[in-house]
Structures are given as structure tokens and as C-alpha cells.
Design a protein around this ligand. Structure first.
Ligand code: G3P
Length: 217
């Protein structure tokens, strides 16, 4: 499973890429607003230059025609940009048109298997079920990822699952087991993935035991 960063903050993306574990970025209108860019298109261009892999940028239009023209503008930002479109009837129609033009679409705000099936049928390159927001209302978000993974396998779909709305390290591990191709993860959670108190205790003991003896010096 690949890891993407779920942020629009340049400094977080630079640090995440430097860690060597990030192969893409997802943004949404809320995340973009939080990063507070003076020029959104330039900001997204910069993100696309920092990360080699796919960078999702979401349309804010809600009707079919405007979604298409916004999607086409977003698609011009960079080669690795992915147009993010919410799963609505207009969103499905727009995804079908953009996918036919070989524009990669990430269908977002997926909360059910039926929505995932439709997203796959219109040719979405990525399907983003929101785990945390389902957990928030007492539904098992991870169960949805597992179920979508089974369906996409049975139907031989080319769409990739991006486990989104990830809130903590366990979500990442569970998403990998559930069959997600990608988990998009907040910066804080990426850092938490590496942490373990036993590692800290172990390292402290090794350094203390070494009594300053170094193999190379
Ligand atoms: O990118 C969409 C998604 O990851 C949002 O997460 O935490 O706002 O539910 P959250």
C-alpha cells in the first residue's frame, strides 16, 4: 500500500517527501483554505513540483458543466494533477467525460459500496472512502474499505482505493489489511507511524551500553 499526504501545506509536503515514504498528495477545499495560498493555482503547481506522484485538487462547482470546465482547468496545472470530484449525479457525469479525455479523477466523499460501484463504472482512477467520518457516526469505516476492495476485485475494476479521512496509525494498518491501494494520511499521523516508546527506550540503552565506542571512529 502507498501513502499519500492529506494536506495542502507546503512545509508538511516537503518534510513528508524527505522522509521518503510519501508518493502522492490529496487536497480538498478545506485543506487548501487552511494552507491559505495567495494564488491557489500557483500553490498547487508548487505541490506538483515537490511530489512526483499524483496530487488531487478538488472542484468546488456542483453542476455538471461547471465541474467539467473547472476539471479541465485543474487538469492543466501539471502532469501529475488528479481532478477530485464529489460523488453526486453531476459528479458522475463529469467524471465520465473527464475520464474519457484521459484525465485522472479521484471520486471523493464515498460513504457506501453503491457509490463506489458507480464511481468505478464512470472510470474514476481513484475512489476515496472516508473512514474517520463513518467511524464518527458509529459505522465501521474500515469495513467499507474491505467491502469496496472485494467488489473491485470481483468486477476487475481498474479504480484504486484511497482510504481517506484517516485519523490515526491504526487506520493506516487496517487500511492496508483491508485492501486499500493507498492511504492518504495527515502529516501528524505520518509522524506517529514511525513512533514507538520501545524504540526510544532501546536506542537510549544501546547508546548508554556503547560507552562511546563507535565502529567508524
Ligand atoms: O481528503 C479528504 C479527507 O481525508 C478528509 O478527512 O479528517 O476531514 O474527515 P477528515
Amino acid at each position: 500500500m502507498e501513502l499519500y499526504l492529506d494536506t495542502a501545506k507546503i512545509e508538511e509536503i516537503e518534510e513528508g517527501v524527505e522522509l521518503g515514504v510519501i508518493s502522492g498528495v490529496t487536497t480538498n477545499p478545506s485543506l487548501l483554505a487552511k494552507a491559505n495560498p495567495s494564488a491557489p493555482i500557483e500553490h498547487l503547481k508548487k505541490i506538483c513540483s515537490i511530489v512526483k506522484g499524483p496530487v488531487s485538487a478538488e472542484v468546488v462547482s456542483t453542476n455538471f458543466k461547471d465541474m467539467i470546465s473547472e476539471g479541465l482547468k485543474i487538469a492543466k496545472i501539471a502532469e501529475n494533477i488528479v481532478v477530485k470530484i464529489p460523488i453526486t449525479e453531476d459528479g458522475l457525469k463529469a467524471t465520465k467525460v473527464l475520464s474519457r479525455e484521459n484525465i485522472a479523477v479521484n471520486m471523493t466523499l464515498i460513504f457506501s459500496e453503491s457509490q463506489a460501484i458507480l464511481a468505478s463504472l464512470v472510470g474514476a482512477a481513484y475512489i476515496s472512502p472516508f473512514i474517520g467520518r463513518l467511524d464518527d457516526i458509529s459505522y465501521d469505516g474500515m469495513n467499507l474499505v474491505k467491502s469496496i476492495s472485494e467488489i473491485l476485485n470481483i468486477t476487475n475494476s481498474k479504480s484504486k482505493i484511497i482510504a481517506a479521512s484517516v485519523r490515526h496509525p491504526l487506520h493506516v494498518v487496517q487500511a492496508a489489511k483491508a485492501g486499500a491501494h493507498i492511504a492518504t494520511v495527515p502529516f501528524k499521523t505520518i509522524k506517529q507511524l514511525a513512533q514507538n516508546p520501545l524504540t526510544d527506550i532501546g536506542l537510549e540503552k544501546f547508546l548508554k551500553d556503547s560507552k562511546g565506542i563507535s565502529i567508524v571512529n
